[in-house]
Ligand binder design. Structure first.
Ligand code: GLY
Ligand code: MN
Length: 466
């Protein structure tokens, strides 16, 4: 397989200036984007790594702690940063002065103290940061409560303008997403090769994180590497790897520029699927292929989800796990969601669930809201696809005890699940197969296609390390 190497940190000044210019053209008032600060862990001087807010990164291209980007409707923009403390150079080393930083960013740089000479912050709009400390800083500067509640007025207009830009990835964003996909591919190959019966989940997790670190990439979310794939966001990694287990790894790289990869593969610890594992893996693989085939401009993403749901229902109906008049009727009743309870994917960009800080405003087209049906309610994206969007496609099959024992779902389970047949597939707890997919002018490109996925490819990749 051919994987390109991640480049050194790179900043395309022109691309970021163009993003700011396009935003300015649709602004009703000056906009302020806060980079945020590193959150403290157990005491103030011991912080988590600083990761700038994604909106700031999108328009500036570099994480600058405590900084604020001002974009003015007249097209000018400024990066305003706090004055360095006297001992900053001692603890953090020498920084760039304003002129050197401005050259690097292609944007004027000033002290944050000088903001009032540029604009009246009380008349500015902003997007509420996720962390409370940064929201407090926003409230203080703008002179009004920025509390993370529903967006109103010019803040809502700003959110829509930012969404309109960030939904369709430009060439620089695509370069970053490809780097993230490549580093993610290295991680999954390393994970497959590192898998041996008798090891612990953390051994595989460590190999995957190391492979991304080798490309100067971190993680775009907390990795899930577990033999308990039925626990959807299982962040434990201390279970032993038994020969009959399937290992589910949902691991994605974050590039130095902050862009995300998000991939899941599921492989047999022994290097060989059992017949029951193979049968269910083929069901999920077929569902993923069906969903990816549907990805093209103009298609409603909910229909991609429903295509995957129908394929899962067809597969489980053919195996006898689900019983009912037809796979279509099973999907209509929501029975497939007993085994595929989440949405088929989400937007991907600087955030692994891109722009989910804005709630469903980015994921759901105006006028569309979440379904209340079990399963469909967890669908994070319901827009019509358009060129330049990046989405994940991640169907799965899970045998979740909490679902099969849930009182509110009991009628659905009693009517549609054949527990005797299900028992024959007891060595499958969770399978998910996830790729990152770019919507192109006419169809789609799977950015993470280099990662082994068919049964033969996956078995070979695991066996290569044994
Ligand atoms: N990869 C984590 C998620 O999509 O929720
Ligand atoms: Mn995902």
């Amino acid at each position: 397989m051919e994987i390109h190497s991640a480049a050194a940190p790179h900043l395309d000044v022109r691309a970021h200036a163009e993003r700011r210019r396009r935003l300015a053209a649709s602004l009703p008032c000056p906009a302020l984007f806060f980079a945020g600060t590193a959150p403290p862990r157990n005491y103030p001087a011991n912080t988590y790594a600083f990761r700038a807010t994604s909106h700031f990164l999108y328009f500036v291209g570099k994480a600058i702690e405590g900084a604020v980007l001002a974009v003015l409707p007249d097209g000018r923009s400024f990066v305003l940063r706090p004055r360095p403390a006297d001992d900053d150079a001692l603890w953090h080393g020498p920084g760039l002065d304003d002129a050197a930083l401005a050259k690097r960013l292609g944007c004027e740089v000033r002290s944050l103290d000088g903001l009032a000479s540029l604009l009246d912050p009380r008349g500015a709009c902003t997007l509420p940061a996720i962390d409370a400390r940064t929201r407090a800083a926003q409230s203080a500067l703008l002179g009004r409560a920025i509390d993370g509640g529903a967006l109103e007025g010019h803040d809502a207009t700003l959110a829509d303008a930012v969404i309109a830009l960030r939904l369709h990835h430009d060439a620089d964003a695509l370069r970053e997403l490809r780097l993230a996909a490549d580093a993610t591919a290295r991680a999954h190959l390393a994970g497959m090769k590192a898998t041996h019966p008798g090891l612990r989940e953390w051994h595989v997790r460590a190999a995957m994180i190391a492979a991304m670190a080798h490309e100067d990439c971190g993680v775009s979310y907390e990795p899930i590497v577990t033999v308990h794939g039925e626990i959807l966001h299982n962040h434990r990694s201390d279970h032993a790897l038994a020969p009959h287990d399937l290992l589910l790894a949902d691991v994605g790289a974050e590039t130095p520029g902050g862009w995300a990869g998000d991939v899941t593969r599921t492989w047999p610890v022994s290097g060989r699927f059992t017949p029951s594992q193979r049968a269910l893996y083929e069901v999920v693989l077929a569902a993923q292929a069906r969903a990816i085939e549907k990805v093209r401009p103009g298609v409603r993403y909910r229909d991609v989800h429903l295509a995957a749901s129908l394929a899962i229902a067809e597969g489980l109906h053919a195996l006898g796990i689900l019983r009912g008049a037809s796979p279509e009727s099973l999907v209509h009743e929501g029975a497939h969601a007993l085994f595929f309870p989440h949405g088929v994917g989400h937007l991907l960009g600087l955030d692994v669930h891109d722009m989910e800080d804005l709630g469903d405003r980015a994921g759901y087209a105006p006028g569309r809201t979440r379904s209340t049906q079990f399963g469909l309610a967890y669908l994070r994206l319901d827009r019509d696809l358009a060129p330049g969007m990046a989405v994940t496609i991640e169907p799965g099959y899970y045998r979740v005890p909490a679902i099969l024992a849930d009182a509110s779902l009991a009628p659905l389970v009693a009517r549609f699940v054949d527990r005797d047949v299900l028992a024959r597939f007891a060595d499958v707890r969770g399978i998910r197969i996830e790729d990152d997919v770019l919507v192109t002018a006419e169809s789609a490109e799977v950015l993470t296609r280099a990662i082994p996925k068919s049964i033969g490819e996956v078995e070979s990749a695991v066996q290569a390390g044994q």
